[in-house]
Structures are given as C-alpha cells and as structure tokens.
Design a protein around this ligand. Structure first.
Ligand code: F6P
Length: 359
C-alpha cells in the first residue's frame, strides 16, 4: 500500500503529530507513505512529493506547522493562473491531479484539512481517488467531530494572551478589546474568553448591540472596576451590520477577515469616554507547540486514518466523538460549518457568570 498525505489550508498545531502517526502506523503494516508538498501543489508540477519514513518524522510530534508545507490558494478544482497581463484565470486541474495520483502509484490519499480541504478531498473521492479525511483547524468549525485538532492549542494561546492583557489593562484603567480568529464561528473567542474571565465576549453567532457592551463598561465603573476586558471573534458583527474584511480574495479562496476589534474599541471610546485599546492576536493562535490534547488527538486521528485505509473505508472523515473516534461520510460534513449552539451549557455558563454577549 502506498499512501499519499496532503496538508492544505491554514496550518494548525498538531499537523505534524498526525503526519507522524500516519507514517508510523503505515510502516507497522509494511506500507509506504509519501507527503505531497504544499497542499496539492506537489502533484501539479510544483514542489513535488517527499518519501516519508520513520526517520523523517522522528521528533516532530511537538512541532507546530507542517513539514509538508501548506497553502490556502491551491484548490485543484479552481486553480488560479496568473496571466502575463496581470489578470487571473481560474481553471479546473482536478483531472491533472487524478492522473498524477495514479501515475505515482498511490493507493490512498489522506487529506488533513478544514472545510475547504475536506471538500476538495470529497470531490477527489467522487473522481475515483480513495480518500480518508482528517479534520484540522483552529476554528473548530468542522461538523461531524466534537473537536478538530489545533483548536485546543489556539484556545490556550488566546487564554494566556488575555491573562497577560488583564494586568496591564487593570493598572492603566483602560478597556482592552482583543480580536481573535475563528472566521464565522465563535469557538475560540467563547472558550478563551470564559476561561480568561473576560467581561464581554462577542461571537459571530450573536449579532451585538454596542450599547450593551458600553453599558457593561459603565456598570463596572460604577462598581469601582475601572477596567474591562472585551473579547471579539473576527467574524462578529453588530446588529444590522456587516462582517469586517481586510481583503476580498479570488474566487475559490476565502476572504480575509479582520477589523471588528478596532471598530468596537472606537465605539466604546466615543460612547463611554474610556481610553480603549485594541489588539489583534492573529497568527500567534496558529503557531507554536500543540497542547497535550492536540498532540494526542492528532496522533489518534493519524492512526485511525490508516485503520480506515486498512479497512478500505474511503470517502470518510475521522471524527472525535467521545468516547470513540468515528468515521463520518465526507459528504455529510462538507459545505457545512459547525457553529456555537446558543443553547449550549457553555453559552449559558457565560451568561450566568455575568459575561455580556452583546445581546
Ligand atoms: O481558518 C483558520 C484561520 O486561521 C482563520 O481563523 C483565519 O480567519 C484565517 O485562517 C486566516 O487565514 P490567512 O492565514 O490566510 O490570513
């Protein structure tokens, strides 16, 4: 058996743990593994494919990033060609990819990715490639799994950052607005915000009323608490307002979100007169060493993906659905997004702790 591995989309801590587990689990069975470089670029005439052996994956479990490289601009079905006149054309190169896959003598593909890469994986499966998916993203927005790997590390990083901001915000008696990643899901903001004792948490699932945020600031002032911590997910929007974008990207890729933190900060200053600062935590949330939880989850995902290959159970994604790792049909998870359920105990907990969610 020759298994190809692809890591696509934004990276997430734990990717190398998944790769290592796939390589070692395959090796145990006497199988070979190959890493496609930079998403699918390696099979489309760019970069190439690397042979993965136990030696190549030695000591990488704790390392952030991916030894294969990744890209969020490499959809083979919507491949962007840069024309000499500066314009771009979109073409479908999936047939090239399928041909290259077979020409390389691969028997299975394990694609490790978020919603975009899993959709590509499913579309390749419908074109005859034996695919198994592994859910990766710090955003935790993939359906069919309680958790994606990378999420726990991002939440830990965000929690630590908010903790650090707390002391300076309190000593200067300011309002601090921290903008966190997560796209149109509020998992990172909600979990880290609660854990780090934020006073206000704004998530994409709840359109916010800025006046409710300002009222919390004023209420804290009245109680002698002269500082306020506000956490905002990058996809959060005011009632009747729009999501803030930094950059609209080419078709087939995702737009770049950002800017809501500074908007919220400006509005708080204008309405309350309090000195307010904002900070975008950005890619720090994607970097660094995976937590123990993400390492173990990544290793379990990798081994489970090889088990699915051994069972020839293709077109499936491995899901973390405690107490088991399950196999979920890829067509049931692609094109969907897992949002924070508003009736969840986590949301209820936030409200019961007095945290303002903007509604
Ligand atoms: O999907 C993961 C993620 O980190 C999002 O939270 C964020 O919006 C996006 O990727 C950023 O992508 P890029 O690195 O391309 O700016």
């Amino acid at each position: 058996m020759r298994i190809a591995i692809s890591t696509g989309g934004g990276d997430a801590p734990g990717l190398n743990a998944v790769i290592r587990a796939i390589v070692l689990s395959a090796h145990t069975r006497g199988w070979q593994t190959y890493g496609i470089r930079r998403g699918f670029h390696g099979l489309l005439g760019e970069d190439g494919v690397m042979t993965l052996t136990p030696e190549k994956v030695r000591g990488i479990t704790h390392l952030g990033g991916t030894i294969l490289g990744t890209t969020n601009k490499g959809n083979p079905f919507r491949w962007i060609v840069n024309n000499p006149d500066g314009t771009q054309t979109e073409i479908d190169r999936s047939d090239d990819l399928v041909a290259a896959f077979h020409a390389s003598g691969f028997d299975a593909l394990i694609t490790i990715g978020g919603d975009g890469s899993l959709k590509i994986g499913y579309d390749l499966y419908t074109k005859g490639i034996p695919v198994v998916g592994v859910p990766k993203t710090i955003d935790n927005d993939v359906v069919g799994t309680l958790s994606t790997f990378g999420f726990d590390t991002a939440v830990s990083t965000a929690t630590e950052a908010i903790d650090k901001l707390h002391s300076t915000t309190e000593s200067h008696e300011r309002v601090m607005v921290v903008e966190l990643m997560g796209r149109d899901a509020g998992w990172i903001a909600l979990h880290s915000g609660i854990a780090a004792s934020a006073d206000v948490i704004l998530i994409p699932e709840i359109a916010f009323d800025i006046e409710k945020v300002c009222e919390k600031v004023r209420q804290r002032e009245r109680l002698g608490r002269h500082f306020t911590m506000v956490v905002v997910g990058e996809g959060a929007k005011p009632i009747g307002g729009e999501v803030q974008l930094i950059e609209r990207r080419a078709a087939g890729t995702v737009d770049r979100l950002g800017g809501v933190g500074s908007l919220v900060a400006k509005a708080i200053t204008e309405r309350t007169g309090k000195e307010t600062r904002s900070l975008v935590l950005g890619h720090l949330q994607r970097g660094g060493s995976p937590t123990t939880f993400d390492r173990l989850l990544g290793l379990r995902f990798g081994a489970a993906a090889v088990r699915a290959v051994a069972d020839r159970d293709f077109g499936m994604m491995i899901g973390f659905n405690p107490p088991h790792l399950t196999r979920v049909p890829l067509n049931e998870v692609t094109g969907k997004s897992k949002h924070v359920p508003l009736d969840s105990d986590t949301v209820k907990t936030a409200r019961e702790l007095g945290i303002v969610l903007g509604d």
